[in-house]
Design a binder for this molecule. Structure first.
Ligand code: AMP
Length: 279
């Protein structure tokens, strides 16, 4: 397995693979890999000849008071996991991939406005910009993203379509801990008590889904059911929203496939989760 740090080296490596007729699957990550990330690698392996994983904690997608400094990192462990999983190369750039006079941003202007976009105003601009830079470095045929970040995957799909990237975007299901908590690198920063309480997010989403399937059509009723449970467990809510699967617009009545999306803080850790409901 190769470890590549510079953009020109990465491009040369990928072009060589392409010339030899290989397809490239790409999994962008911020590292501190868990089974969720590894499932994306497996998905890319199934669909492509070679898999490239990027590991980069992208500063431009963090707000000024967010957890950039405390975001968990362990490159050695990540590299070992990638090697075990048969990854061809890791792209591990330094912050110098943003030159000092960097002044070009990629912005999606609709899907990125609600949900996390309301609470993290520059987050998606950071995401779309770094993903564009990574696409241009790795030159993949296909890229795999996780449903865990449902809004992110829709924003990326829209960007790829709008800007004609010749890349197929695949979205893979959420991988969870045994008790239902969505796997996340940030879970490491939860205290034991917070970790136990955080399972309420997924539990309340499952209760909400059942209420809808049993005929509850009011988003407000669903949102307050979830909010109460999370608040009672010690979580501090950013949002609990019911949005359409089509456009991520908030619904006033549940009459088409929806996503219930949640962001809540347990202690210093901000967690997100979601559930898709087909009706
Ligand atoms: P991150 O390293 O958290 O930026 O995530 C990198 C990629 O892994 C993104 O496409 C995420 O949506 C995906 N991902 C993170 N957690 C999970 C999970 N529990 N299950 C599936 N995919 C995930």
């Amino acid at each position: 397995m190769q470890i590549i740090n510079s953009i020109p080296e990465m491009q040369t490596f990928s072009k060589k693979l392409q010339r030899s007729g290989k397809t490239i699957g790409f999994v962008p990550t911020m590292g501190f890999l868990h089974e969720g990330h590894l499932s994306l690698i497996d998905e890319a392996q199934k669909r492509c000849d070679e898999v490239i994983v990027s590991i980069y904690v992208n500063p431009t997608q963090f707000g000024p008071n967010e957890d950039l400094d405390t975001y968990p990192r362990d490159f050695e462990r990540d590299a070992a996991l990638c090697e075990e999983r048969g990854v061809t190369a890791i792209f591990h750039p330094a912050d110098s991939i943003y030159p000092a006079d960097f002044s070009t941003w990629v912005n999606e202007t609709k899907l990125s406005q609600g949900l996390c976009g309301k609470y993290r105003p520059e987050h998606f601009q950071g995401v779309t910009t770094i993903v564009t830079k990574l696409f241009n470095a790795v030159l993949p045929d296909l890229a795999v993203f996780g449903q865990k970040d449902a809004q992110q995957s829709m924003v990326i799909k829209r960007m790829v379509e709008d800007l004609n990237f010749p890349i197929e975007v695949v979205v893979a299901p959420i991988i969870r801990e045994a008790d239902g908590l969505a796997m996340s690198s940030r879970n490491k920063n939860l205290t034991e008590t917070e970790r136990k309480a955080a399972v309420t997010i997924n539990q309340s989403l499952k209760v909400a889904k059942q209420l809808i399937l049993d005929g509850e059509l009011s988003p407000l009723a669903i949102e307050s059911e979830i909010s109460e449970r999370i608040t009672e467990s010690g979580g501090v809510i950013d949002y609990v929203d019911l949005v359409t699967q089509r456009s991520l617009e908030e619904v006033t009545e549940i009459n088409e496939p929806v996503i219930i999306a949640v962001a809540a803080h347990y202690g210093k850790v901000r967690l997100i989760d979601n559930i898709f409901i087909e009706l």
